[in-house]
Design a protein around this ligand. Structure first.
Ligand code: NAP
Length: 520
């Protein structure tokens, strides 16, 4: 399959009429062919009108039809073969094994959504049966279920060119719900996006669906994405990416005459708490595992452990010493794009210039473009509490900060100034202070989507109990906390609107009154 440099509006490969974007090979900083001209305002309108036209028939497809469609997309993606992995490597610098694994995750997500659609609980059907004999007023039969909102605009992130991109979780979720999708392709991986979009288009044809169920457009600058979020035919946005991007789209969506929801997964620093007894019993093991988790994928993971919090003690010093040795020996890795590399260097520089921050260790740096040199910093809890937004901001890459607390009170005070997180981790042992553990969890369960015990946050299992979101900025939606049993390392999950599988979004409730609802 040859790349065309085109967008896909419905079934048509369309050349954009605006300025072009080109992928850059991060290994060499060379631009890659072909160029991808961006969409004009008229072309965005065309894609939106097509999605709007498709909604009426697509929302009425049966669960079985939508499940087969999702499974067909998965097969079509696999049928693309090596070209997808090769192009993905050229555009992102990610290793082959990682991309093969990510492709597996992407098709499994699609297939799991197919099982969820068939199973049907996502309808959230509720029925209050009629009580004609009730006095003084009889009750009507009242029925409620979830229905799709309408066309959804999807924005993927650079660090997951498959699983959080064109056919990623957001697209799978929207298509499963019965909502047409327009993807604004990421400028870092347009070729990978074109290939996946063509696989989806092929599935649409095979399943005989309306062509407007899916489109892919590109944009030279943010105007195209902004136009999409503001477009009257778009009824929700799914976003994975930076905080600045997500917040900009949320503001646009909120300022519309008809505001729409933005399901945004943005930044996180994923604090890891080191409790004294855990440090005593296995401090050096934790240090080695922490550095491995930090430097993997050049730290370009939203679940990267960017903050490590412990109590001042000889054990914490020993932990830092081992982490320094490990990190100093770590090899540099190519980052995703020159822009992300530049932002990483600037972010590290900004932190190291602060008088409250000490550089503990830096990793190796190899020759070559866009190398991520890992860095371990440290500060005090007092300094962190004074400037939590400055010291707790995500530096996307292999940068982490150790925070030293003088006592448990300071540790708890620090948790209260943390922003919302995807994850929070406790390294703890049975002999650790149970009251402290309880207090930490009680605070962290309000701060993080997922709380882990004795694990590391990188690596996400795609399954029904997994939550990959959290309070703002990871995911600004309503939180409904609930305790669960303690399988493996995950001791707690939060039930949220946008999880991988348990709930399909976007939806809204529709109630029906007697005579209007033949079936639920
Ligand atoms: P990004 O720069 O925000 O890009 C994401 C998408 O949003 C791109 O399509 C981008 O357009 C668009 N965009 C950015 N700013 C915009 C604006 N102001 N208006 C309209 N569109 C805008 O994010 P990234 O660098 O690709 O991804 C890295 C970030 O994603 C990290 O912060 C990481 O933590 C986060 N992430 C989070 C999760 C999660 O929470 N679950 C998962 C993965 C990654 P262009 O293509 O034109 O740049």
């Amino acid at each position: 399959m040859t790349l065309t440099g085109n967008m896909l509006i419905g079934q048509s490969l369309v050349a954009g009429d605006d300025r072009e974007i080109r992928a850059i090979n991060p290994f060499s900083n060379e631009t890659l062919e072909p160029a991808y001209p961006g969409a004009t305002k008229t072309q965005v309108d065309e894609a939106a009108a097509l999605a709007n036209a498709a909604f009426a028939s697509y929302r009425e497809t049966t669960p079985e039809q939508r499940a087969v469609f999702l499974e067909t997309i998965a097969s079509e993606i696999m049928d693309l073969g090596d070209i997808l992995i090769e192009r993905g490597q050229q555009e992102t610098g990610l290793p082959q094994g990682r991309l093969v694994g990510e492709r597996g995750r992407t098709v499994n997500q699609l297939r799991l959504f197919a099982t969820v659609v068939r199973e049907g609980a996502w309808h959230g059907a509720r029925i209050d049966h009629a009580k004609p004999e009730r006095t003084p007023m009889p009750r009507a039969d009242i029925r409620l279920r979830h229905i799709p909102l309408g066309p959804v605009a999807v924005f993927g992130a650079s660090n997951f060119p498959l699983a959080f991109s064109v056919a990623g979780g957001d697209t799978a979720s929207a298509l499963a719900a019965g909502a047409p999708v327009i993807v604004k392709g990421h400028s870092a991986h347009p070729g990978t996006s074109e290939l996946v979009a063509r696989a989806i288009a092929s599935a649409i044809k095979k399943c005989e669906l309306h062509e407007g169920v899916f489109s892919l457009i590109f944009g030279f600058d943010y105007a195209v994405g902004q136009q999409l979020a503001a477009h009257p035919y778009i009824k929700a946005v799914g976003f994975t990416g930076s905080r600045s991007g997500g917040v900009a789209l949320m503001q646009t969506a909120a300022a519309r005459p008809e505001p729409i929801p933005v399901y945004a997964e943005m930044s996180s620093v994923n604090p890891v708490f080191l409790l004294p007894e855990a440090l005593k019993q296995r401090g050096s093991v934790i240090a080695r595992e922490f550095v491995a988790s930090l430097v993997g994928s050049a730290g370009q993971l939203c679940t990267n452990p960017g903050l490590v919090i412990g109590l001042e003690s000889p054990e914490l010093d020993a932990f830092v010493d081992t982490a320094k040795t490990e990190l100093a020996a770590s090899q540099s890795t190519t980052m995703l794009t020159p822009g992300i590399h530049e932002a990483y260097v600037k972010g590290v520089e900004a932190l190291t210039q602060l008088s409250s921050v000490k550089v503990e260790a830096q990793g190796q740096i190899a020759e070559g473009c866009n190398q991520c040199q890992a860095v371990l910093l440290s500060t005090t809890a007092a300094a962190f509490i004074e400037a939590p937004h400055q010291l707790g901001a995500e530096v996307f890459g292999a940068c982490s900060m150790v925070v030293r607390c003088t006592d448990t009170e300071e540790m708890l005070a620090l948790t209260s100034v943390l922003e919302g997180q995807l994850t929070a981790t406790l390294q703890m042992e049975a002999a650790d202070d149970n009251q402290l553990i309880r207090s930490l969890i009680s605070s962290l369960e309000l701060k993080a989507g997922r709380v882990l015990a004795n694990g590391f946050p990188t690596g996400v299992e795609v399954g029904h109990a997994m939550v990959h979101g959290g309070p703002f900025p990871p995911l600004p939606t309503v939180a409904v906390p609930r305790w669960e049993a303690a399988p493996s390392s995950v001791i707690y999950v939060r039930s949220r609107i946008k999880t991988f599988l348990t709930t399909i979004y976007p939806w809204r409730y529709r109630t029906k009154t007697p005579g209007m609802c033949p079936s639920v």
